[in-house]
Structures are given as C-alpha cells and as structure tokens.
Design a protein around this ligand. Sequence first.
Ligand code: ASP
Length: 290
Amino acid sequence: MSGSVWAIAIHGGAGPSYKDDYSAEIAGMKDVLSDAKNALMKGRNALDVVQNALRTLEDTGHFIAGRGSSPNKDGKWELDAAIMDGTNRNAGAVGALRGFKSPIDCARTVMDDSPNILLVGKGATKFLKKRDLERVTNPNRYYKPAVTKPLEVSELQHGTVGAVALDSEGRLAAATSTGGLLNKPPGRLGDTPIIGAGTWADERVAVSCTGQGEYFMRVNAASDVSARIRYTRSDLANATACVLEDISLLGGQGGLIAIDRLGRVSMPFNTISMKRGFATYRGEFEVKVF
Ligand code: ASP
C-alpha cells in the first residue's frame, strides 16, 4: 500500500500508578508524537521514526528506559532494547547493556552493522564501542532514575518505552527500550530485546509490549499478534485482546501497542494504567495514562 496512510503509537510503560501527576510524561509523549507525525507526513521511513521517538523518550529521564532507568540489585545499570523492520523482518537488539546513552541506537547499530540480531553484556559493549555511539562514563551521575521511592513487589514495572509505526509507503516498524524491572538481578533479560516476545514487526503488524517480561516471553506475545491475524483472520483488536488474555490467564500484567498495515491502532492493557498515545492520518492525536 502506498499513499497518505500513516500511523504512530507510543507507550511509556504499563503498570500501577506510582504518582498523581503525569504531566511531564504526557508533555514529553505529545512532543514525540508531533515530531513523529510530521516525519511520517513528510514520507519518512517508519524504522527511523520509531528509533527517533525512543531516543527522545530515553533522553527525557521520565521513563524507566535510557536516562530514567534504575540500577539492578548490584547497583549497575543494565539496559535492554530492540528494533525491527517489518519490510524484511530484519532486527537488532541489545541486552544487559552497560555504558551507552541510547540503547535503541545501539540496537539499530546491531541491526545495520552486524550479521547478528541480539548482542548482550560484554560482547555487546565490545562491538558497540568501536562505533560512533554516545557513552555513559559516569553512570551514577548520568542516570536520574524516574522511580526512586520503594515499590511493592506487585508494582515492579512501569516505564518501558515503545513505538510502532506505519509509514506512507506501507512499511511497519517497532522498537522498545527499557531499564527492565526495578530491582532486577544482574544478567536478567526481559521480553523487550527478545524478538517475537516484546518487540515484533512484519508485513501485517508492528507490536511493542510492556509489563512483566517473563509472562510476555512465555506467551511470545508480540509475534503472536501477527500469528493470530494470519491464521485466524482476526482483526487487530481481537488479536491483541487474545494475546493479553493469555497473559492475564497466566497471572501476568502489562499491555501492548500495535498498528496494522491499514493504520488501525490497538493499545490494550490489564494494569491500572498505561502511558500511551497515538496519531494517525485520520487526524487522531491523543495521549493518555489511565
Ligand atoms: N517488559 C519490561 C521487562 O520485563 C519491563 C516493563 O515493560 O516495564 O523488562
């Protein structure tokens, strides 16, 4: 499909509310959505649009991703991110990454400059430090954790960022970036960098998930949305609802955002809130938390 059909959706994490005032997050998400909208209206590539959206959200420090991430149980910052191009199902991801400002730029670099999909830990650092990517040399000074107050076990998620887009050439792309669950053990990877679990894009749909990653991995949530559309001829809303139902049945919490090739948007969640927003060629433009 080509022409003027485009759509963008973003999320800033699903979970219980931990504060009353989300105006900073909402303002940041509105800025990102209007930049993305302008880019898509100018015919920009969905892949670049989702990457740029996440780099900006990572930088704000308002989300548990990029600058706003919290350290793991050992006091170290280990971040995860993934990006996927729906036109050819090429993808790049990083896990337990230390020392880089933009995990989503690192994921894109893995996609563009390596024959691999997922690089983690020291191996990722070794590969990426030869590239022109901004480093974090003093983590204790650079990171400004978005969540500082102690949370209950049931509240250990809230702030991953994600973006999915359809561009005017009919290309779909998805990206997700996270500091992971708060108080996670060292080396823990969630669904975010696992292609098919937390992030997915193909010729049918682009999906980015947020919530308790262990459940999203068990359900293979993101690519299951596409499988349901393909095999059961479900529409987007049905497919995303069924995937979220599987997560709920296992006892998991979270949400996801998805866009299909017709520019339809679905953003279900089973938590109290999910910071989310979307804009489309139909003139829709909205950011919501609850
Ligand atoms: N899904 C992420 C993870 O499990 C966390 C989140 O979305 O808040 O690492």
